[in-house]
Design a protein around this ligand. Sequence first.
Ligand SMILES: [Zn+2]
Length: 125
Amino acid sequence: MNENYNGFQKEPPKEEPHCPRCGAPMPEGAAFCGNCGLQMQNQAPAVDVLSVWDYVLMMVIFSLPVIGLVLMLYWSFGGQVGINRKHFARAYLIFYAISLVLSFVMMGVIGSVTSEIVSEGLSLF
Ligand SMILES: [Zn+2]
């Protein structure tokens, strides 16, 4: 059991970043500790900011038959891919999978309805 848990707070208090060496409070995203000068190793990697056109371009690429899927997988799971691009690729991959499943379901429904109509039609003879 967490010692700090008091049973009332639903969310844990937002942790202020502290220097791992001297424990001094640090401003969020600081590269160095202002107290002891320790360089932060585990800072979040630099975020590549994607422009609107980057997103548009990615959507265009993703709509391409084969290249789109290959790049979607590469951007989703590739190593040297910016976090924004990676998340967008993963989101699109999920969307892609859902729409693929839905289209299969729709095909199944249409197929069964069609075969029902056909068999009913044949039973008339
Ligand atoms: Zn420090």
